[in-house]
Structure formats: structure tokens, C-alpha cells
Design a protein around this ligand. Structure first.
Ligand SMILES: NC(=O)c1ccc[n+]([C@@H]2O[C@H](COP(=O)([O-])OP(=O)(O)OC[C@H]3O[C@@H](n4cnc5c(N)ncnc54)[C@H](O)[C@@H]3O)[C@@H](O)[C@H]2O)c1
Length: 342
């Protein structure tokens, strides 16, 4: 049994805790939050008695194998460093760090301490995205030469996560990071990126629309487009839609989790809806299931001594795309070569 503690009992951590209950081989023994009211409320909700307002005190007092860091980005570095120096394995929420230098230092600390560091980059663990990748891997559409990975919504994310309206950076750093990671997952690492960003909603501080063009090392081109300013007849939050053109066919993941694979053998439609876990709530159930999947993956990696798909080192490549996209957008959509940005 891997014994863990959760740091940060906020909005999204509630999903972490529900999911941890469903992960065989792991148990959350203790909780930490600086905010006493949130800590007490979460402890009561999940029946976890050992609570701390200070992470260092918790790490000192508890016999742990890992920590799950679910705070916002500003505190990731000190918490990762603290856990690594105590020899604990680490899951850390995205965005992993505020700068590339900070992220590189955090990966280095974990490597030197010999601990496993996984970034909670969960979107690629959504069952619909896994289903699309499985079709590509079995060669259903041949060589994927073009793709579009798209997330467009007008869902009010600001009420649950008020910091999204006031942070200096918004959609690329918060949501685009996931969609860029899906593009890497599907088409491989990226040679170059260019981007344009806009703020449409006047009530928020930073950009809520981003369009990015990626040229992958494989030669494929992908468009990664994100918007929280797009009011559609049907609200698709929080679905990521895919269009993938391959040398032997095409794959589409349309709204409502409908995947269509077309090739020389015909056209097959699949329902790739995520299961509605007993603690999940629509429309979040897609993301909630991916939290369970990534937590299971983490425990599997610890048990079998393997590196997580979204290890800290892997996530540097996704994070580099985020910062390169901001640079490109600030410099008139200049194309950034990723070998210069990572
Ligand atoms: N992967 C996803 O799908 C997904 C979805 C939503 C949010 N997130 C990410 O999760 C993270 C948390 O977001 P949130 O909306 O839950 O934030 P939040 O502000 O609701 O919660 C963060 C909590 O951490 C606590 N905290 C901060 N620093 C601390 C410290 N040093 N020690 C102890 N507690 C501390 C705060 O008191 C707060 O309760 C963010 O990085 C966000 O981007 C990820």
C-alpha cells in the first residue's frame, strides 16, 4: 500500500480525493491546507482525521511514500523541493511551474533525490482521447499528417476558479497546456510553433482565445485552438474535439463523444463516452475519470519502478510549448523553433 498525503484542499483537489478512494494500492492518510476552513471541510467530507496547515510539519510527522500537490502554480516549486528532499515521490498539478528555469530546477531536484515526479497532466488520460490514440496506433488511418485539437466553450470557469479571471496569463497556461499536451501525445514532439492570442471577455485580465500551429518532428502539422469566449448552440465543455487526417483514412472525435474512423474498409462510428463514476457530475465526468486514470497510472509506476508518461521531464516539453506560444503571440506570430525554447 502506498501512503500518500494531499497538499491543497481547494476546488480541484476534491476530485483527487474522490479518485484516490478508487485507486487500489494507495491510501491518503493526511491532508494539508493553509486555509483552516477548507482543510476542516475537506477532512470531514472524506473522513481523513490527520490534518495540517503546514506541509513541512506534515511531512515530518507522517510516514509517507508520496505527496499529491494540488495547490496553484506559485507554491509548486517549494513544495516539490520539500517533498523531494524528504525522499517522497510526487504528483504535482499543472501548470507545473511559472518559468522554464523553475521547471528544470524542479525536475533536477527530483532526479537528484531519486524520487518519481509526475505532473498531473490528465487530459491525455480521458477515455475518448485514449480511444483515438489506440485507433492511430493500430494503423487505422495510416500516417497522421494533419490534425486539429480543439476546445471551444463559453462555460463559466471563473466562478469555480476565480484566479483565472485575474491571473496575468490565462487560456494558454491553464487550458492550452492540456490541449498542447494532447497534440504531443497524438502527433509526437514539436519542432516549431506559432501562435496568436486574444482577450474577448472584457471582464478578465488575460487572453481567453488562442490559436496555435505546430509542426511536429514527424512532419505532421497540427492546429491547437482554445477559446472560453465561444458560445455555441450546444455547450461542449469540457470536451476536446479532434480532426485527424492520415495517409490511409481520417478520424474525427465530435461533440457528444462520437468518434468516426473512416478508411478504405469503410466508416465506423464509436461511442467513446466516459463512464459516469459514482462520485462524478456532468459535465465534469470526462475530466473526473481522467483524474482516476492518471492516479492509477502513478501508483502503477511506483509499484513497477517505471517512469510516468507525464513525468516532470516529459512535461518540460509541454511547458516549453506554452511559453513559446506566448512569445510567438507577443512577437506578431513569429515561428519559434522548439530546440531554442526548451
Ligand atoms: N488538471 C485539471 O484538470 C485541473 C482542473 C482544475 C484545476 N487544476 C489545477 O489545480 C491547481 C489547483 O487549482 P484549484 O482551482 O483547486 O485552486 P484553489 O485555489 O481552489 O485551491 C488551492 C488550495 O491550495 C491551498 N494552498 C496554497 N498554497 C498552499 C501551501 N503552501 N500549503 C498548503 N496549502 C496551500 C489554498 O489554501 C487552496 O485551498 C491549479 O494549478 C489548477 O491549474 C487542474
Amino acid at each position: 500500500m502506498k501512503r500518500g498525503a494531499l497538499i491543497g484542499c481547494g476546488f480541484f483537489a476534491q476530485n483527487h480525493l474522490h479518485a484516490w478512494r478508487d485507486v487500489d494500492g494507495a491510501e491518503i492518510l493526511a491532508l494539508c491546507d493553509r486555509d483552516e476552513a477548507r482543510l476542516d471541510e475537506t477532512a470531514r467530507r472524506f473522513g481523513i482525521e490527520r490534518t495540517y496547515r503546514d506541509a513541512a510539519a506534515m511531512i515530518e510527522a507522517e510516514a509517507l511514500d508520496f505527496v499529491d500537490i494540488a495547490t496553484t502554480v506559485q507554491t509548486h516549486r517549494p513544495l516539490v523541493e520539500m517533498a523531494a528532499s524528504a525522499g517522497l515521490h510526487i504528483v504535482c498539478q499543472k501548470p507545473f511551474a511559472e518559468t522554464m528555469a523553475e521547471a528544470q530546477a524542479m525536475v533536477q531536484v527530483a532526479t537528484s533525490a531519486g524520487v518519481t515526479l509526475m505532473v498531473h497532466e490528465n487530459f491525455r488520460w480521458q477515455s475518448a482521447i485514449r480511444a483515438a490514440k489506440a485507433e492511430m496506433d493500430r494503423g487505422a488511418i495510416g500516417w497522421p499528417f494533419w490534425g486539429r485539437v480543439s476546445f471551444r466553450s463559453a462555460y463559466d470557469v471563473y466562478s469555480g476558479q476565480p484566479y483565472l479571471a485575474t491571473d496575468e496569463k490565462f487560456i494558454v497556461q491553464d487550458l492550452g497546456i492540456h490541449i498542447l499536451d494532447i497534440a504531443r501525445f497524438l502527433f509526437g514532439d514539436v519542432a516549431s510553433i506559432s501562435a496568436s492570442t486574444r482577450r474577448v471577455n472584457p471582464k478578465i485580465r488575460a487572453e481567453d482565445v488562442a490559436t496555435m500551429m505546430l509542426v511536429h518532428e514527424s512532419g505532421a502539422t497540427s492546429i491547437v485552438d482554445c477559446s472560453y469566449a465561444t458560445s455555441l448552440p450546444r455547450e461542449n465543455f469540457p470536451e476536446t474535439l479532434l480532426e485527424i487526417d492520415g495517409s490511409e483514412g481520417t478520424l474525427r472525435l465530435d461533440a457528444g463523444y462520437r468518434m468516426t474512423v473512416h478508411n478504405g474498409e469503410g466508416t465506423i462510428e464509436h461511442d467513446v463516452s466516459p463512464p459516469l463514476l459514482r462520485w462524478a457530475e456532468r459535465p465534469w465526468h470526462n475530466i473526473q475519470e481522467s483524474v482516476l486514470n492518471i492516479e492509477r497510472h502513478f501508483i502503477d509506476c511506483l509499484s513497477n519502478g517505471i517512469s510516468p508518461e507525464t513525468s516532470g521531464a516529459d512535461n518540460l516539453k509541454t511547458l516549453a510549448l506554452v511559453y513559446a506560444a506566448y512569445t510567438s503571440a507577443a512577437e506578431g506570430n513569429r515561428t519559434i523553433a522548439m530546440r531554442d525554447a526548451a
